[in-house]
Design a protein around this ligand. Structure first.
Ligand SMILES: *Cc1c(COP(=O)(O)O)cnc(C)c1O
Length: 378
């Protein structure tokens, strides 16, 4: 089956007892046993839940993997990947990652004796140079947040395979509709399903997909052991969003490309970052591993932080808010909002300036979005 069909049908067969076409919300903590230890395969909802299972099966199919696991948030998924490691292990992480990813690595897992090196992973040679005897895992995000840097997935997968390292890609910004890292040999795909997969800004969640049985077994063990699993209702909401992922992503892409071209032609804008623009230094790499791009655009307004602040106060259709990937267009200042947890010198070193503005272009009518940006820039 193809992507659009899988999103609607994988793991979502009609419910056998009533024929319900939509997977029911199994809002139960426990399941009756016919004799001690004799059960239907379901014992306790932290361990298994049919609504969550449906989402896990669907997401695994969409990423082209064999196993999916879902979590209470994207960061709960991230923390579970780190549960694969032990004190003394070393991780190489991309320098431009989601602020919360940086924070949990630097402020939580360092405390457990896990060491991290942050590198500009656009150059895979820098990952290779950072490998130490204790290195176990490489974590990259592509396109990255918020600078939309592209990492060569084929090269990272090949390097990690040859050196026996676990490769992880945070695929939140592309969604599986536009990019499927496992197909390039990456071991684990991570998602904040809060964003494009859920797609409606009404639920927080995370996911991991892999085709490696050994990694899946350990991650599933940790999912149950640590307990940060997705609630039945949240699983159901995410599954409902997932069904329309394909058509939403097509519209996000079309709208974002139009907005990026408009901004590039505007005199008040000094720089536009969007991987599908000819001006993006890694356009060719992006187009060699993605089939399109989501609604994420970053740009700089001439005039720096103060001009950016005035602009952010003036938009009307775009909502000033953190998060991304929903049907509604959002706008934010990474330096003040989403990436404030990254120290200013680390932000500056990776190119994240104070005047940077990040857009999550939604699926409204494109003319309304362009008119809004034009009036706010004026
Ligand atoms: C939001 C986000 C996360 C964290 O996900 P939560 O669901 O907020 O915990 C991780 N990575 C990226 C790229 C994100 O945008």
């Amino acid at each position: 089956m193809r992507f659009e069909t899988e999103a609607i049908h994988c793991g979502q067969e009609p419910e056998p007892r009533t024929g319900a076409v939509v997977v029911p919300i199994y809002q139960t903590s426990t399941y009756a046993q016919s004799s001690p230890g004799v059960h239907t395969g379901y014992e306790y909802t932290r361990t298994q839940n049919p609504t969550r299972d449906a989402l896990q099966v669907a997401l695994a199919a969409l990423e082209g993997g064999t196993h999916g696991l879902v979590f209470a948030s994207g960061l709960a998924a991230t923390a579970t990947v780190m549960n694969l490691l032990r004190a003394g292990d070393h991780v190489i992480c991309m320098d431009d990652v989601y602020g919360g990813t940086y924070r949990i690595f630097d402020k939580v897992f360092r405390q457990y004796g896990i060491d991290f090196t942050f590198v500009d992973a656009r150059d895979v040679g820098r990952i290779e140079d950072a490998i130490q005897p204790a290195t176990r895992l490489v974590w990259v995000e592509t396109p990255s947040n918020p600078l939309l840097k592209i990492v060569d997935l084929r090269a990272v997968a090949a390097l990690c395979r040859s050196r026996g390292l676990i490769s992880v890609v945070d695929n939140t910004f592309a969604s599986p509709f536009f990019q499927r890292p496992l197909a390039f040999g990456i071991d684990i795909v991570a998602h904040s399903t809060t964003k494009y997969i859920g797609g409606h800004s009404d639920v927080v969640g995370g996911a991991l997909v892999t085709s490696r049985d050994d990694l899946h077994d350990r991650l599933k063990f940790c999912q149950n052991a640590a307990g940060a699993c997705t609630a039945p209702f949240d699983s159901w909401l995410t599954l409902r969003g997932l069904k329309t992922l394909a058509i939403r992503m097509e519209r996000h892409f079309g709208n974002a490309l139009a907005v990026a071209r408009f901004l590039e032609g505007h005199s008040a804008v000094s720089r536009v970052i969007y991987p599908w623009l000819e001006s993006h230094p890694q356009q060719a790499l992006a187009q060699s591993q993605m089939t399109g791009m989501s609604g994420m655009i970053s740009f700089e307004i001439a005039g720096g932080l103060e001009a950016a602040r005035r602009f952010l106060e003036r938009v009307r259709v775009f909502t000033l808010a953190e998060s991304l990937g929903g049907v509604e267009s959002l706008i934010e200042s990474p330096a003040i909002m989403t990436h404030a947890s990254i120290p200013p010198d680390v932000r500056a070193a990776s190119g994240l300036t104070d005047g940077l503005v990040r857009l999550s272009v939604g699926i409204e009518h494109v003319e309304d979005l362009l008119e809004d940006l034009a009036q706010a820039l004026a």
